[in-house]
Design a protein around this ligand. Sequence first.
Ligand code: ADP
Ligand code: MG
Ligand code: MG
Length: 198
Amino acid sequence: MDVTVTMIQAWLDKFTQAIETNKAYLSDLDTPIGDGDHGNNMARGMAAYQEAFAKQNPATISDTFKVLSMALISKVGGASGPLYGSAFMNLTKATKDLTVIQKDELGALVAQGLAGIQARGKAEVGDKTMVDVWAPVAAALQQGQLTTETITVAKEGTKELVAKKGRASYLGERSLGHIDPGAASSALLFETLLETIA
Ligand code: ADP
Ligand code: MG
Ligand code: MG
C-alpha cells in the first residue's frame, strides 16, 4: 500500500501526541547528561508545527514536511531543532513531486533525512546521538524489515555508548549508562511511523 499525504499527516499527529505524552520522560533523560530540556524543546516544536499546520493547511507531502521543518528550526531553542529540521528539509526536497510514497521508498527517504542530520551535526554512528536510531532504522526500512524491536534495540543501545557530540560529550565516560534523549525522541518518531503504515 502507498503512503498518502493523509497518512503522513496522521503520522505527525501521532508523533505530536507521543512527544506530549513523553515530554517529562524525554527531559528526564536529558537531565543527567544534558540540560534537562529535550522533552520541552520537542513539545514546543511540535506545538509550533500544529499551529503552523492549522494556518497553512499544506496539501502535499512535501509541503507538510516543510511546515514541520520550519517550525522545528524556528521554534526549538536547542540542538535538536535544527537537526530534526534539516532531516525534514531533506524530506521536503526528496518528496517534491510525489503524491504518494511507495512503501519501499521509505527507507531511502529516511536515509535522506539522516544525511541532513549528519550534514548539520557531523555525528557518526556510535557518537551517542539521534543518528544511532536514524541509521539502523533507515537500513532496516531499506530491507523492508523495520520492527519496533529494531527501534527499541537502537535506542537502548545508546546506553552503552560514550557521547562524542552535543552536550553529553562534555561528560565523556560519565555519559555511559544513559539513553540519549534525541535517540529516544527519534524512537517515538519511528514507532509512530510504523503504527501509521501497519
Ligand atoms: P540541547 O542539547 O541544545 O539542549 P536538546 O536537549 O533538545 O538540545 O537535544 C539533545 C539531543 O540532540 C541529543 O540527545 C542528541 O540526540 C542530539 N544531538 C546533539 N548534538 C548532535 C549532533 N551533533 N548530531 C546529531 N545529534 C545531536
Ligand atoms: Mg537539552
Ligand atoms: Mg538546551
